[in-house]
Design a protein around this ligand. Structure first.
Ligand code: AMP
Length: 299
């Protein structure tokens, strides 16, 4: 098993200027796993309630996502409800129902305890810490988070960031977490805590990576038909880590390429609601858009 992800598996209700859906399959771990599955083996740890449609589990298994670490607990599945205006970089949360996540204590099956790559997707940082403690010898540990946890569990999040190799955040979340408008300053501050690199996701403005010695700026794909930006960050992470897992090369050059694969997956994800677009995505489309990115960024 190559990549292990812990995060939310959700039923999302979303409204954008282009449509509206209710209780569709979502969650940080779901979007990540769907995207990563195009590149590598991925296993998921999380919890859903007894109301979670079995079809969704079949769908994940159909993508070859290992769901043996997905617990089905008594109670209701985590739900997120939000909307976007024309500024699609900004999600407005209307409701977060933690439900079964409130009492969730992750217990990793033995076969999931030695992944090459561990992705701590957006979820309660205390749960991220519990998973880190059960994993042995992962080569690359990466975390993500969101404003909800920065505002409600800052000190637990500090502990997570101290334990990871790379930290992924939206630029606005990094500014909030580090209490500065400057992304250079937030990078310095996060790198001093332990990670070797930080990547800022900037939605329709691309992505930035900072390490002690380098800075890389990736463009975003100029999209005409956006439906729903939900899950773009997690699909980015899935493409990014999926490609690193597939190539087993963590050099800076390859990390740059992986950021472009992440951007490709995010750009496809936003073309449909929920997981709709990735379901019919092909490897050929991924390679075509990767090559378009090359052309866009050529100097
Ligand atoms: P993103 O990639 O940042 O757009 O993440 C979108 C996913 O995050 C949605 O499918 C939501 O179900 C999930 N989500 C929203 N709020 C939270 C939260 N507080 N904790 C964990 N997951 C969340």
């Amino acid at each position: 098993m190559k990549i292990l992800v812990v995060g939310s598996v959700a039923l999302d209700s979303i409204e954008t200027p282009f449509g509206k859906v209710e209780d569709v399959l979502g969650g940080s771990a779901t979007h990540f796993a769907c995207s990563a599955s195009f590149f590598s083996d991925v296993a998921l740890v999380g919890v859903v309630g007894s109301d979670f449609p079995k079809d969704h589990i079949d769908f994940l298994n159909g993508l070859n996502v290992d769901t043996t670490g997905l617990e089905i607990a008594d109670g209701l599945t985590f739900r997120w409800k939000g909307y976007y205006e024309y500024d699609l970089n900004h999600a407005h949360t209307l409701e977060t129902q933690l439900n079964v996540f409130e009492d969730f204590k992750p217990k990793l099956p033995v076969k999931l305890r030695n992944p090459d790559i561990l992705f701590l997707a957006n979820i309660d940082p205390d749960l991220q810490l519990e998973v880190v403690d059960q994993v042995d010898g992962a080569k690359f540990v990466v975390c993500d988070t969101m404003n909800y946890w920065i505002e409600n569990k800052k000190s637990s999040l500090d502990e997570v960031i101290k334990k990871v190799d790379l930290c992924l955040m939206n630029d606005s979340e990094a500014r909030e977490y580090c209490d500065t408008h400057s992304l250079l300053e937030s990078s310095r501050s996060m790198l001093s805590m332990g990670p070797k690199a930080v990547i800022y996701k900037k939605g329709e403005h691309g992505a930035l990576m900072f390490s002690d010695s380098t800075h890389f700026s990736a463009p975003a794909y100029p999209l005409e038909d956006i439906s729903d930006p939900t899950g773009a960050g997690d699909s980015f992470a899935g493409g990014f880590l999926g490609y690193l897992s597939k190539t087993e090369d963590f050099s800076e050059q390859n990390i740059r390429k992986a950021i472009i694969y992440g951007s490709v997956m995010a750009s496809y994800n936003v073309e449909g609601f929920g997981t709709e677009r990735l379901v019919r995505l092909t490897h050929e489309e991924i390679e075509n858009r990767f090559n378009e990115f090359k052309a866009i960024a050529h100097f």
